[in-house]
Design a binder for this molecule. Structure first.
Ligand SMILES: Nc1ncnc2c1ncn2[C@@H]1O[C@H](COP(=O)(O)OP(=O)(O)OP(=O)(O)O)[C@@H](O)[C@H]1O
Ligand code: SF4
Ligand SMILES: [Mg+2]
Length: 462
C-alpha cells in the first residue's frame, strides 16, 4: 500500500521582489521500504518540497495534495501534524546544529522528543536515548548522552539527529542532505547507517542530496529537480545508464571518476535561474547545449520516454534518445541542429560550446575545483572521496561515470550492475541485527514486524 502520495505540489513565497516559485508541480508516490532520491542544484526546491510536506513552510502559498496513509498533510491541523512529525515521519535536517538546541543536553533533547509522543518515564526514555545513540555509533553513549551539542563533532551531531529522527520508529524518514559538510569517512558511515536501519525496519526514505554518488548507493527511484520542477524521474539504474534530460546527463557527466582518475569533468555551464523570473519555455534552455526553438517558447511536459516503464522526462528531445555518449549524443546534436533557429541561437549562452574551454573554471581537476563557484553544488564532488573510502574498505563503488566518454548506451547498460553486492548487504544486516538487538533487548521485535508501536519497547525499558 502506498505510504505517501504527493500530487501536483506547488509552493510559492511572496517576497518584496516578487513571487518565488520554489516548487512547481511535483508528484510522486512512496511505498514502505522504498527510497526516493531527490537531486538537483542548490535552490532547486528540494528542501522546500519536503518541508512543505512536513508543514514547515509557513507563509507560503501551497497547493496540491500530500496524502500520508490516506490523510492529506497539507490540510491537516497543527495538532494532528505535530503528532505525525517525529512519530510517523522523522526528519534529518540539512544543518544539525540549527536543529539541536545548543543549551540542552543531546540526550535530554531525545528524551523530550520521545516524551512528547509517548507516555513513558524519564528513566525509560533516557535508557532508550542511550540505546539510540549506541545504535547510531556514538561511542560511550551512556556518558555522551549528557553532553551538549557543542561537545559533539559534526559527524556525531548528524548521528544524534538521526538517532532523534528514529526515536519513534517513523514509517517515513526524510533525510535532507544528511552527509553534507561531513568528512568522507563519516559520510559513508552515515549512508550505511541509514541503509541498514531502513532494511531492518522497512522505513521509507526520501534522500535529498546534490550528490549523485549518494543516490546511486541508496535510492530505488530518483527525481531530478531543476528550478523548482521535476525534470526527470526514473529508477536509479535507468537514470544513470539511460538518462534522457540534458540536465541529468550534465549531472552525471560531472561526477568525478570512480577510479580516481584526474580526467576533465564536463560541468554544466551557467547558473540556475531566478525562481522569480524563470526563463520562457524550458527553464534549462539558457544552459542547454541542445536548445531548439521550441524549447524557448513551450514548456516541456513530463512525459514517458524510453528507458524503462516509468521513465519520464520534461524535454523536447526525441523520447527514444536515452543514454550518454557516442551515438546517442551525436543523434541528439543532429536533432538539435536541425530544429535550431534564431530563437534558440539568441537565447543560449552555451550553444556550440559543449567542450570546456581551457583555462575556464571548469578546466581544473575535480579536487582542486571543489569549491569553485561555477561548479557550485551541481558537482557531486563528495562522491569521489566517498567512493575512495569505499574502495579502501573493500565496498563496491556506486556506478559513477558509467557513461565514460565514447561508450555507447548499450555498453553502459551492460556494464557493472548498480545493485549492491551481496557480501555488503549481509554484513550490514549482521551489524544491524546486532545493534537493533541491543536497542530492543528484552523485546520480541522481528524484522518482518517493524516497531510500529512502541508499547513492547516501553515495557522493556520502564
Ligand atoms: N521562506 C522563504 N521565502 C522566500 N524564498 C524561499 C523561502 N524558503 C526557500 N526559498 C527559496 O526557495 C528556493 C528553493 O529553496 P530550497 O531550500 O528548497 O533549495 P534546495 O534545493 O534545498 O537547495 P540546497 O541544495 O541549497 O539546500 C530558493 O530559491 C530559496 O531561496
Ligand atoms: S533540449 Fe530543450 S527542452 Fe530539452 S532540456 Fe534542452 S532546452 Fe530543455
Ligand atoms: Mg536544501
Amino acid at each position: 500500500m502506498t505510504l505517501l502520495d504527493v500530487t501536483d505540489l506547488r509552493v510559492s513565497f511572496p517576497t518584496e521582489d516578487g513571487l518565488v516559485r520554489a516548487v512547481q508541480g511535483i508528484s510522486f508516490t512512496l511505498d514502505p521500504g522504498q527510497t526516493l532520491g531527490i537531486v538537483g542544484e542548490s535552490g532547486s526546491g528540494k528542501s522546500v518540497c519536503t518541508q512543505t510536506i512536513m508543514g514547515l513552510t509557513r507563509g507560503a502559498q501551497i497547493s496540491g495534495t500530500a496524502m500520508f496513509e490516506g490523510r492529506d498533510l497539507l490540510t491537516m491541523g497543527d495538532n494532528d501534524l505535530r503528532k505525525i512529525r517525529g512519530a510517523e515521519i522523522g526528519m534529518i535536517f540539512q544543518d544539525p546544529l540549527s536543529s539541536l538546541h545548543p543549551q540542552y543536553k543531546v540526550g535530554w533533547q531525545i528524551v523530550e522528543m520521545i516524551q512528547a509522543h509517548e507516555d513513558i518515564s524519564t528513566k525509560a526514555a533516557t535508557k532508550r536515548a542511550v540505546d539510540l545513540l549506541r545504535l547510531v555509533g556514538i561511542p560511550q553513549p551512556d556518558r555522551r548522552v549528557d553532553d551538549y551539542p557543542h561537545q559533539f563533532s559534526g559527524g556525531m551531531r548528524q548521528r544524534a539527529m538521526i538517532a532523534m529522527s528514529l526515536a519513534l520508529n517513523p514509517k517515513l524518514l526524510i533525510a535532507d542532505e544528511p552527509t553534507t559538510a561531513l568528512d568522507v569517512t563519516v559520510q559513508a558511515q552515515i549512508i550505511d547507517l541509514i541503509e541498514r536501519l531502513q532494511a531492518e525496519f522497512n522505513t521509507a526514505v526520501i534522500m535529498i542530496t546534490h550528490d549523485l554518488g549518494v543516490v546511486a548507493d541508496i535510492a530505488d527511484d530518483v527525481m531530478v529537480m531543476y528550478a523548482g520542477k521535476p525534470v526527470e524521474f526514473a529508477d536509479r539504474r535507468t537514470l544513470y545508464y539511460r538518462p534522457h534530460h540534458p540536465y541529468t546527463k550534465g549531472l552525471i557527466e560531472s561526477i568525478p571518476s570512480a577510479e580516481g582518475e584526474r580526467g576533465r569533468l564536463k560541468p554544466i555551464q551557467g547558473q540556475p535561474p531566478s525562481l522569480i523570473r524563470l526563463p520562457s519555455g524550458c527553464s534549462f534552455h539558457p544552459r542547454c547545449p541542445y536548445v531548439m526553438d521550441q524549447c524557448v517558447t513551450e514548456i516541456p511536459p513530463l512525459r514517458q520516454v524510453a528507458g524503462s516503464a516509468d521513465h519520464r522526462s520534461a524535454c523536447w528531445l526525441p523520447v527514444d534518445e536515452v543514454g550518454i555518449g557516442g551515438e546517442v549524443d551525436r543523434k541528439r546534436e543532429q536533432v538539435a541542429l536541425a530544429r535550431r533557429g534564431t530563437l534558440a541561437a539568441e537565447s543560449s549562452d552555451v550553444i556550440d560550446s559543449v567542450d570546456v574551454p581551457d583555462g575556464s573554471a571548469a578546466d581544473v581537476p575535480a579536487d582542486v575545483g571543489a569549491d569553485t563557484t561555477t561548479r557550485g553544488r551541481t558537482q557531486p564532488l563528495a562522491s569521489t572521496a566517498t567512493r575512495a573510502v569505499r574502495a579502501r574498505t573493500g565496498q563496491p563503488a556506486p556506478p559513477a561515470r558509467p557513461q565514460r566518454r565514447g561508450a555507447t548506451a548499450t555498453e553502459a547498460v551492460t556494464a557493472a550492475p548498480v545493485k549492491k553486492a551481496a557480501p555488503k548487504t549481509s554484513a550490514k544486516k549482521a551489524v544491524a541485527k546486532k545493534t537493533v538487538a541491543s536497542k530492543t533487548a528484552g523485546t520480541t521485535a522481528k524484522k518482518t514486524t517493524p516497531r510500529r508501536t512502541n508499547s513492547s519497547q516501553n515495557g522493556s525499558t520502564s
